[in-house]
Design a protein around this ligand. Sequence first.
Ligand SMILES: Cc1ncc(COP(=O)(O)O)c(C=O)c1O
Length: 370
Amino acid sequence: MEFLDLKTQQKRIRKPLENRIKKIFDHGSYIMGPEVFELEEKLANFCGVKHAISCSSGTDALLIPLMAWGVGPGDAVFTTPFTYVATAEVISILGATPVFVDVYESTFNIDCNKLETEIKKVIKQGKLKPKAIIPVDLFGLPARYRILDKIAKKYDLKVLEDAAQSFGGSIRDRKVGIFGDVAATSFYPAKPLGCYGDGGAIFTNDDNLAEECKAIRIHGTKTDRYNSERVGLNGRFDSIQAAVVLEKLTIFDDELRMRNIIDANYRKYLNNAQCHPEGYKSSHALFSIVLGSSKARNELIERLSSNNIPSVIYYKYPIHLMKAFSYLEYSKGDLPVSESLSESIVSLPMHPYLSEQDIEFIIKTIRKTI
Ligand SMILES: Cc1ncc(COP(=O)(O)O)c(C=O)c1O
C-alpha cells in the first residue's frame, strides 16, 4: 500500500501528457512558455480570481507577495507554528519577525481569539509593527477567513493565505484562492494538484499586487528583461511542469470527489480526525488523526508499519521549538496545542486511488492498537 499513489494517477493522464511534452520539445520554450500562460488562465478560472501567477515553488509563492508588500525588518507577521517550515521561513528570510499563534484543537488551523490577543500584545509592546497574517489551510482545510478578514481590517493587516495544501478546497462554495488579499499554493508532487518537480502559484484580485508579483518572479523586471525595476528573484515556472499541472487539472474535480469518499470512509470508523466544520470543504491533502499520547502514537505507527501500512507524522516539530527559530526565544509550553499535536498526531495513507479494502485493512490494524 502506498501513502500516496502517483503511478495510478499517471496512467490516467500519460498519453495526453506525453503529447503535451512532445509539443514543448518541438517549440523549445522551456521556461515561461505558452503552457505556463495557458495554465495560469485555467487556474484563475478554476477558483474564480482575476490573477493566477505561477512560480517556482510554494515557498516562492509565499515569499513573492511579502516582497511586493515590502515586508521587512521591524514588521510582525502572524502565523502558526503547526505547519511546514516554509510558512515561517519566508517571514524570517525578509528580516521580519514571525509571531506564532496557537491553533484550534479541533481544526489545527490558526485560533482567531489567540490571534487577536497576540496582535494586541505586539501593539502594546511597541517594538514591532503588525503587518500581515499568514493563515495556513492545514491538511487541505481552509482557515476561518470570515473572521480573519474582520481582524485584518480592524488592525490594518494584510492576509496571505497559505493554500499550499488546500487548492481545491472551499468555504460555502467560495474556492480557495479568493480568501484574503492573496493566496499561495504549491505544486510539489505530493500536493492534491502537484507537478513532477517544484512549482507553485499566487492568486489575487489585486491588479497592482499581481503586477508586482509578476515582476518579482522574473528578477524584478517589467518591460525590459535586462533592466530590473526592483529587487526580485528567479521565481519562473517551467513549461513541462505547467503541462503536468494542466493534464492533472483535467481530472482534478474527479480526484477531489474520490478523496472526499476516502475521507468519508475513514470517518465512518474514526472519530479522532481533523474536524471539518459545516460548509468547509477540504482538498484532503492529508488525513490525520490524533492519539491520546505520543506513546499511543508510536505504538500505532509500529503496528501499521509491521502490516506494511505507511504513515507519516505531520508535523513532529512545531516551528517555534526548531533550532533555526531559537533566535525568537520561544520556550516549550508557549504554544501548548501545537506542541501537544506534534506529539500525538499521525497521518494515514490518503490519495484518490485508495480502495475500500485498503481502508478496511487500515481500520482493522488501528483497532487492534487503540
Ligand atoms: C503549508 C505549506 N506551506 C508551504 C509549503 C511550501 O511549498 P513548496 O514545497 O512547494 O515550496 C508547503 C509544502 O510542503 C506546505 O505544506
